[in-house]
Design a binder for this molecule. Structure first.
Ligand SMILES: Cc1cc2nc3c(=O)[nH]c(=O)nc-3n(C[C@H](O)[C@H](O)[C@H](O)COP(=O)(O)O)c2cc1C
Length: 371
């Protein structure tokens, strides 16, 4: 293949080895994304501590979990709280979901005013509580409405609009290939594809041959989401699909070192580093959600973090202890007993954390989610 007939999917690649430089910056409209690694939005996971940590470990773009536009009209939604945006999260995409173009446009304006760099629209959530309101993945089966939503949002704001979607509703669906180009025409500046069907939820495999097909069909950057768990997988997906970036979700839960591995660093974390990151995560989440909400919310993170320390037969009992402790102060104490040196690592991490004003977005974080 000569340089002249290199096709779009191979943009920016070192052709002889097909190694993609993950540290290369790229653009979504005018917004520069410093690396080709994107941290996925995950309801119940992507709190501010997760997003800030993701940026520190190499993500060029981080995404908030879904905020609900329905909250605009009836404010009695069950919510995890309201989104805070800190200075070191940028570039940040804030994800909104809803089924009404006008309401989505209003929410998008609030997101822009709060200082987000992108507004991301969720057309991927498979959860019934969301789809039955006409939001999430169900929009893929109503492309006219989906386009009206994107158009209304794009007209309402001056920052770029992105759309995150699944392959379609039913197994084997190729709907994303019909809808994707129409969403771009309607104003989407980038598309993220998680090529599983809504029916599949998170079972089976993400079929990235669809990502490659979508890349061929649109002239905006495509982000590949689904099953990116290692540098090898990231490189393969980037090289074989032509996607501009990869998005990492579950692999980064309690494991920011998965992000640095994907970026090319191979050092396993020490016990002190794992404990320090977990304690920082706890402290930041308490600051964001308050002690009461944070206590239950954080339980699932203990096992995820301790999983980085090796054999489950050693970490399992510690996890069991942590989830039963009544207060987060006791959790911290117990963790410091397991790794006393973590106090010094934590001190350094806290010193390096930028302080500054935060903006509060007056839209409720959805307790449901998915995509
Ligand atoms: C617990 C959980 C919550 C999720 N919440 C959202 C969400 O709010 N919005 C969204 O677009 N995708 C959501 N997703 C989907 C992820 O962003 C991602 O597309 C999917 O998990 C596939 O990537 P992975 O294999 O790297 O996890 C969620 C996934 C999980 C596991």
């Amino acid at each position: 293949m000569t340089a002249d007939n290199v096709k779009l999917p191979f943009r920016g690649y070192d052709l002889p080895s097909m190694q993609v430089d993950l540290r290369e910056s790229w653009l979504i409209g005018p917004v520069e994304i410093p690396t080709r690694l994107v941290l996925a939005p995950m309801a119940g996971v992507s709190v501010q501590a997760f997003r800030r940590q993701g940026r520190r470990f190499g993500a060029g773009l981080v995404c908030s979990e879904m905020v609900s536009c329905a909250g605009l009209s009836h404010r009695n939604e069950k919510t995890l709280g309201y989104l805070r945006i800190a200075a070191d999260e940028h570039p940040l995409a804030v994800q909104i979901f809803g089924g009404e173009p006008g309401v989505m446009a209003e929410a998008a304006r609030m997101v822009e005013d709060a200082g987000a760099d992108l507004v991301d629209i969720n057309f991927g959530c498979p959860v019934r509580k969301v789809t039955k309101t006409g939001a999430g993945a169900t929009c893929l089966d109503e492309p006219d409405r989906a386009c009206r939503i994107v158009e209304a949002v794009a007209e309402a704001i001056s920052i770029p609009v992105s759309v995150k979607m699944r392959r379609g509703i039913l197994n084997g669906s190729r709907t994303c290939l019909d809808v994707g180009p129409r969403l771009v025409e309607a104003g989407a500046a980038t598309l993220t594809l998680h090529p599983r069907s809504a029916r599949q939820m998170y079972t089976g495999e993400a079929d990235h041959s669809l990502t490659a097909e979508l890349v061929e069909l649109v002239d905006v950057p495509v982000i590949a989401s689904g099953d990116i768990v290692s540098r090898a997988k990231a490189q393969t997906v980037l090289a074989t699909t032509g996607a501009e970036a990869v998005m990492v979700g579950r692999a980064a839960q309690g494991n920011p070192w998965a992000l640095s591995e994907i970026m090319g660093e191979n050092d396993d974390p020490t016990r002190e580093e794992v404990v320090a990151e977990l304690v920082l995560f706890i402290r930041e989440t308490v600051r964001e959600l308050g002690e009461h909400r944070a206590t239950g919310f954080l339980k699932k993170f203990y096992g995820w973090y301790l999983g980085q320390l090796g054999a489950r037969r050693i970490t399992g009992p510690l996890k069991q202890e942590l989830v039963q402790l009544a207060t987060l102060a006791e959790v911290e104490q117990r963790l410091f007993v397991a790794a006393p040196g973590a106090r010094f690592v934590l001190e350094r991490l806290e010193d390096e954390l930028p302080q500054g004003d935060e903006v509060l977005l007056d839209l409720p974080i959805s307790i449901y989610g998915g995509g």
